[in-house]
Design a protein around this ligand. Sequence first.
Ligand code: UDP
Length: 310
Amino acid sequence: MSRILVTGAAGFLGSFLCDRLLSDGYEVIGMDNRVSGQIKNLDDAFYQDQFSFYDHDVTEFIHVAGELDAVLHLASLASPVFYRDHPIKTLKVGALGTHKTLGLAKEKDATYLFTSTSEVYGDPEVNPQPESYRGNVDPYGPRSCYDESKRYGESLVRAYRDKHDLDVRVARIFNTYGPRMRLDDGRVIPNFMKQALTGRDLTVYGDGEQTRSFCYVEDMIDGLVALLESSVQDPVNIGNPDERTINELADFILDVTESDSGITHEELPPQDPQVRRPDISKARSELNWTPEVTLREGLEMSIEYFVQQI
Ligand code: UDP
């Protein structure tokens, strides 16, 4: 494998994946229309001869000259705040964008990697969630633009695999954090970091007893690359199974930032999942991958970035 297209290349995960693939010796074409991605995330990549960038909306026909060995579709409005503000764009990038990128992969006879999400499990009734769990998603609910676009995307990937024998990978990504997250992203770690570092109260939604399991970005990128380089065609959970309540997370962040901020409770957004934790047995056994960075280490490695953003 040598020449790879990454959509969502200016985003949080997309940009780290470009950097990693470049350092592994791949030629990388990054594509992004910068709805939520930020071009500054590619500052390092632009220094590399093996990198080129297309400013393009992946919901429109994609033309790439020459051969491609892999197409990695990361373009997505993945933050609840962003997908609530742009529900139609969210549905389009998950549905039309997946269709266009699959069509390109078929044309180029390239391996295709789809970045799906833990949100395909919705507000799960089993915890942790194995890949075999079918989910609890409200198709007309406030998060459905994201959840259903990813569920549809998975279905489309499956159809291209069955109908066209396309070589596919499906990563179900759980909560991930680290440098390059936008400060206005709205997700819990950037929000708490910003609040802790500026002496404002941390806004815990609801009673804070809902859980999430947070994966450091480097571990996530290792997992995605391991999946790409494997031959596993069925969905694989990629995430860190270290499950924490949001209250615990708030305490961790106050501790690592040495902040005196207090905590205020705000209303829980409708249909906010109560629990979320990946069962990563499959990733461990089939990819020989397991996350290594603890929550404390990952938060400590992220502080400097968040300080610079303020
Ligand atoms: N959350 C919070 N305060 C914030 C932002 C988020 O308590 O300022 C909560 C949110 O309600 C959810 C969890 O943190 O229970 C994770 O939210 P996030 O938006 O990061 O992503 P999600 O896992 O819901 O997609």
